[in-house]
Design a protein around this ligand. Structure first.
Ligand SMILES: Cc1cc2nc3c(=O)[nH]c(=O)nc-3n(C[C@H](O)[C@H](O)[C@H](O)COP(=O)(O)O)c2cc1C
Length: 412
């Protein structure tokens, strides 16, 4: 018999109507990063996707992915745990193992990567509506906590609407819509389509809780997205990874809030990792990747530090990170900022056709990352392309693949 549970709207209200949402990200939305994101204005966080079969059957995978502080009521809420899988029983088993440490469980229906194709989950379930319905209904019926879903869109609006209705009918309480097609990945990523999200918003029952995902570069994009799509919240992935300040209040004119200094964020992040690392292997494992992203604009100007970061192996201690990377970065940025010659201003460009403005941000401040399209960049982004090539060379093929996800050149 189905458990009686709260509706999506009731859950949304109970969580304080969160509108700034950290996306689920493999190896990137782990505990330490979630804590940091909340400290910078994020009001709801998602875990990286947990692989249902592995989580249900492998002690090691479970230990690696889920520590005693994950979902802790004092430091890690509100939290949605995301699961990927195609077997209702494994998804349910995984959900049952985490449901007392989260506010909802989300089904990943958006992952377009090769690994999802091979494992037959994420967006590769988009044609299997009966199976999706069964997975969500099983969770809806058997869990104490609500179930939610994160989807991509089809090229056809009506089909996407029917798809969303099916997911809601199965029992999903929040619907996150990433406004891209399954094919929009890698060099073909392109822009997310907010108008299809708005179409869903207008045609689904008005009490449906919806989150929009895609195209967030700057804090004010969140407000623009809320207005244009009519959604309840906006989810950001990469925008937040490169600049945790993206969740800052939209009207904040304080550059330290919207584009914080890289040394400040680095220190804050490092101290969080130090506190949780013993209980959160995932937070420790993903540190290097986060540091590369936080420092992205800085490293191309300080290649000596880049070499040091690149050389830090998995066995480097936290103290070594502090001595070799964090402290030297602090020293350099402090010096840069006390040097009256350097302009520490954020310059706002003209209004662009996409509705916002590019900003020129000093390289010692966190800022969005603009990708190259087919290896060719516009004038504005020539420098970023060169940085990408250098960074790809030091970070290896996995990082490179992730970096090619967004094509902001298509904006202009
Ligand atoms: C490093 C990385 C890992 C991701 N892992 C997941 C994941 O585990 N589950 C998921 O649904 N989406 C995942 N995504 C997709 C994001 O959640 C998001 O839908 C996508 O990046 C678009 O948002 P953005 O434009 O704000 O980056 C990942 C994205 C990135 C950059």
């Amino acid at each position: 018999m189905a458990v009686t549970k709260i509706t999506g709207r009731e859950l949304f209200n109970k969580l304080g109507q969160p509108s700034k949402i950290l996306a689920p990200m493999v190896d990137h939305s782990e505990l330490a990063w979630r804590i940091l994101s909340r400290q910078h204005g994020c009001t709801l966080t998602y875990t990286p996707m947990l692989h249902a079969r592995l989580f249900a059957t492998s002690d090691k995978y479970r230990r690696d992915m889920w520590g005693s502080l994950d979902g802790d009521s004092k430091i890690d809420r509100p939290l949605v745990v995301q699961i990927c899988g195609n077997d209702p029983e494994y998804v349910l088993q995984t959900a049952l193992l985490v449901q007392d440490k989260c506010d909802a469980v989300d089904l990943n229906l958006g992952c377009p990567q090769g690994i999802a194709k091979k494992g037959h989950y994420g967006s590769f379930l988009m044609e299997e509506w009966d199976l999706i319905h069964k997975i969500i209904r099983t969770l809806h019926d058997k869990l104490e906590v609500p179930v939610t879903a994160k989807i991509r869109v089809f090229p056809e609006r009506q089909k996407t609407l029917d798809y969303a209705k099916m997911i809601l009918d199965a029992g999903a309480q929040f619907l996150t819509v990433h406004g891209r097609l399954r094919e929009q990945k890698g060099q073909k990523t392109g822009l997310a389509d907010w108008s299809i999200i708005k179409f869903l918003r207008d045609n689904l029952p008005s009490d449906t809780v919806m989150f929009a995902n895609g195209n967030i570069l700057y804090p004010e994009d969140i407000t623009r997205c809320l207005k244009e799509t009519g959604c309840d919240g906006v989810m950001s992935a990469e925008g937040n990874l490169y600049n945790p300040g993206v969740f800052a209040a939209e009207d904040s004119l304080d550059k330290d809030v919207s584009f914080p200094r890289v040394d400040v964020i680095l220190r804050e992040y490092y101290e969080i990792v130090k506190k949780v690392a013993a209980e959160s292997p995932a937070s420790r494992k993903t540190m290097k990747s986060h540091i590369f992203k936080i420092l992205r604009p800085f490293l191309s100007n300080h290649t000596d530090i880049r070499s040091v970061v690149a050389s830090m192996g998995g066995k480097a201690t936290l103290e070594e990170w502090d001595e070799k990377v964090i402290k030297p970065v602090e020293e350099i940025v402090n010096q840069l900022c006390s040097d009256g010659e350097k302009k520490d201003d954020v310059e706002v460009g003209p209004l662009e056709s996409w509705g916002g403005s590019y900003k020129t941000v000093p390289y010692w401040r966190c800022q969005p990352y603009f990708r190259a399209v087919n290896g060719v960049t516009g004038d504005k982004r020539q420098q970023q392309k060169e940085e990408e090539e250098t960074e790809d060379a030091v970070e290896g093929p996995n990082e490179s693949a992730t970096k090619r996800r967004k094509i902001v050149d298509a904006l202009s």
